[in-house]
Design a protein around this ligand. Structure first.
Ligand code: HEC
Ligand code: HEC
Ligand code: HEC
Ligand code: HEC
Ligand code: HEC
Ligand code: HEC
Ligand code: HEC
Ligand code: HEC
Ligand code: HEC
Ligand code: HEC
Length: 314
């Protein structure tokens, strides 16, 4: 009595899902994997047609791969997905039709095994459903360097409480980006190793329109100003380089030997790169404290811009 209504509901959910996915063009392009179509045909009501296209359904896979099937129940590919309208992936959405594999008593040559696929084939399979959220992946530095989805993600063996990642950040990233690690061990650094920030706060590893996989934002500084809101402005008196050149005109993003993550050790040297050189003029004369020894920002405190003073003095 309980089974029937549930199955009928599922069927309508699946029909609706197929409609939506088709409209979005979100369909798996590879020949072996056609999850939406097969999900529809494999809804219980369509069962008689099942064997025709070589799909057997999750329940059959579970008879021999019980461990995988049990674990899948907690995977976003089934759990979350069913909540949000039944667009969840079945075993065969990813592994392709399983009839021949089953008929062969588990013939491993008759089923999609991801370790046998090229990075391009892997990406294509996953992007069959994820192209909408990651439209830039194929032209990202990662894809171009053959770093596939499965270099960072695992479907069956991921670290809990991550987005199906094979390791947590930043460990995951440092496996390959060993050259980046030392910056985060410097005396002044964004506390990524300490867990306060993540690499993915500033980078989108799935590809962006900017260099260095920097997240796409309306203006370049927004990557930084979303956290450092006091520097964002607009100000009545802008300090032009903040907008024109961006935060990186003066700061380094990962880590630095210099306080405040500055590019150069001495603040006055930094300022005098553009204000060459402020010395014993009427304003900065000896009597007022030499700018050679007093950091410029002791007086020009509102260095990112001010609403009160054109010289950024508080
Ligand atoms: C009749 C039992 C049986 C059924 C049903 C079955 N398999 Fe298998 N499968 C096996 C056996 C046996 C192996 C080879 C031993 C192993 O690696 O577990 C295997 C291997 C695999 C592998 C490769 C494992 C590797 O180490 O690379 C995949 C992937 C796989 N099965 C997926 C599926 C999927 C998906 C389904 C449902 C469409 C399915 N199997 C149904 C018995 C079965
Ligand atoms: C979203 C795609 C996806 C779905 C859904 C999926 N798999 Fe997999 N499967 C993979 C990938 C990718 C691998 C390679 C190892 C990994 O990433 O965990 C894999 C590996 C395997 C293996 C090889 C053994 C291993 O642990 O490496 C078996 C067996 C398997 N899957 C069975 C299943 C069964 C049974 C189901 C359904 C209950 C299923 N898979 C659902 C993508 C998927
Ligand atoms: C048949 C469609 C389909 C295929 C193929 C597919 N996925 Fe998914 N994936 C989904 C759905 C549906 C969800 C859950 C809903 C959502 O949050 O988008 C999901 C969620 C995810 C998540 C997010 C997990 C989370 O905790 O939010 C990751 C990561 C992911 N998939 C990676 C992959 C990878 C890697 C592959 C290829 C091996 C793959 N997917 C293949 C449909 C698919
Ligand atoms: C270089 C490592 C890396 C590669 C390659 C990669 N991912 Fe991710 N992925 C991540 C990280 C890290 C996160 C978590 C980001 C976050 O929390 O903002 C993530 C999150 C996700 C999510 C869930 C959150 C979201 O942004 O939607 C999905 C879905 C996903 N990845 C799918 C994929 C697919 C599909 C591929 C291949 C086409 C892929 N990823 C390739 C590292 C990677
Ligand atoms: C606070 C924001 C932020 C965080 C957090 C961050 N990055 Fe970056 N990253 C940047 C910016 C901005 C650039 C561009 C630097 C430039 O153009 O000079 C960059 C550049 C890079 C580059 C390419 C240039 C280079 O230096 O080789 C890599 C690789 C990189 N980051 C990896 C990482 C990794 C790995 C992590 C986490 C361990 C991380 N980033 C954390 C902002 C950040
Ligand atoms: C499996 C190895 C691998 C993993 C894991 C990995 N990357 Fe990469 N990453 C690469 C390769 C290879 C490139 C392209 C070549 C290069 O520029 O270094 C790249 C490029 C990048 C770039 C662009 C650099 C540029 O010059 O444009 C950034 C930023 C980046 N990765 C950040 C990350 C972050 C953040 C993570 C962790 C979430 C991560 N990567 C995980 C291998 C990896
Ligand atoms: C996800 C939030 C976040 C983002 C994005 C971010 N920061 Fe930060 N930043 C912080 C936090 C938190 C601290 C304080 C760290 C601490 O106390 O160790 C910090 C510290 C700093 C400091 C040093 C402040 C001091 O008092 O020493 C500078 C400079 C800085 N960030 C610049 C930047 C720049 C430039 C960017 C963009 C490339 C950026 N931040 C992006 C959160 C962020
Ligand atoms: C013209 C150079 C310059 C530019 C451009 C610049 N900063 Fe700064 N920033 C400084 C200097 C110098 C300090 C140190 C001030 C001090 O020590 O009193 C500083 C300090 C900081 C601090 C530490 C807290 C504070 O306000 O003293 C943060 C956070 C910060 N900057 C973020 C940013 C962000 C985000 C951007 C881009 C929107 C940016 N900066 C652009 C020069 C600059
Ligand atoms: C990348 C170049 C650059 C750097 C570095 C820089 N500035 Fe500027 N600053 C400018 C420009 C351009 C203006 C606009 C006025 C102009 O054209 O002289 C300006 C304006 C100012 C003004 C207002 C001048 C006026 O005429 O009202 C002050 C004060 C100032 N900067 C102080 C500093 C201090 C202090 C530092 C170091 C923390 C610094 N600047 C770093 C380029 C820079
Ligand atoms: C002892 C405080 C003090 C120090 C230190 C200081 N300034 Fe100033 N600065 C002033 C005052 C006061 C003014 C005039 C403000 C006004 O006109 O409202 C001024 C004006 C300026 C102006 C705009 C007027 C002009 O000369 O074109 C610039 C640019 C400037 N300072 C840059 C610097 C730089 C660069 C340094 C560090 C090398 C520095 N200042 C150090 C107090 C100081």
């Amino acid at each position: 009595m309980w089974q029937l209504p549930r199955k009928i509901t599922m069927f309508f959910l699946l029909v609706a899902a197929v409609g939506v996915l088709t409209a979005c063009g979100a369909r798996v392009a590879t020949a072996q994997t056609q999850p939406q179509t097969q999900t529809l045909k494999h809804s219980p009501t369509a069962a008689p047609a099942a064997a025709d296209n070589g799909y057997v359904g999750n329940d059959t896979c579970a008879t021999c791969h019980q461990d995988k099937a049990d674990a899948m129940a907690n995977n976003p590919h089934s759990k979350l997905a069913l909540k949000h309208g039944g667009t969840g992936a079945t075993c065969e959405s990813c592994h392709g039709p399983g009839q021949a594999h089953v008929d062969g008593g588990g013939d491993v040559t008759k089923i999609v095994r991801f370790e046998k696929l090229t990075p391009q084939q892997i990406d294509k399979t996953c992007l069959g459903c994820h192209a909408n959220t990651h439209p830039n992946f194929l032209r990202s530095p990662h894809a171009k360097a053959d770093v596939s989805c499965l270099s960072c993600h695992s479907i069956h063996k991921s670290v809990p409480d991550t987005k199906l990642l094979v390791a947590k950040q930043p460990t995951l990233c440092f496996k390959c980006h060993t050259d980046i690690k030392p910056a985060f061990d410097m005396p002044f650094h964004h506390r990524v190793n300490e867990g306060l920030l993540q690499c993915s706060d500033c980078h989108n590893v799935h590809g962006t329109f900017l260099n260095n996989n920097i997240k796409n934002t309306a203006d370049q500084n927004a990557i930084c100003t979303k956290c450092h809101m006091e520097t964002r402005g607009p100000f009545v008196y802008e300090h032009p380089p903040v907008r024109a050149e961006g935060c990186l005109a003066c700061h380094t993003p990962h880590g630095s030997q210099n306080a405040r993550l500055l590019n150069v050790p001495n603040i006055n040297t930094l300022c005098n790169q553009c204000h060459s050189p402020v010395g014993a003029d009427n304003i900065h004369g000896q009597g007022q404290g030499s700018s050679e020894i007093t950091p410029c920002t002791d007086c020009h405190t509102m260095i990112h811009g001010s609403n009160i003073n054109a010289a950024f003095i508080r």
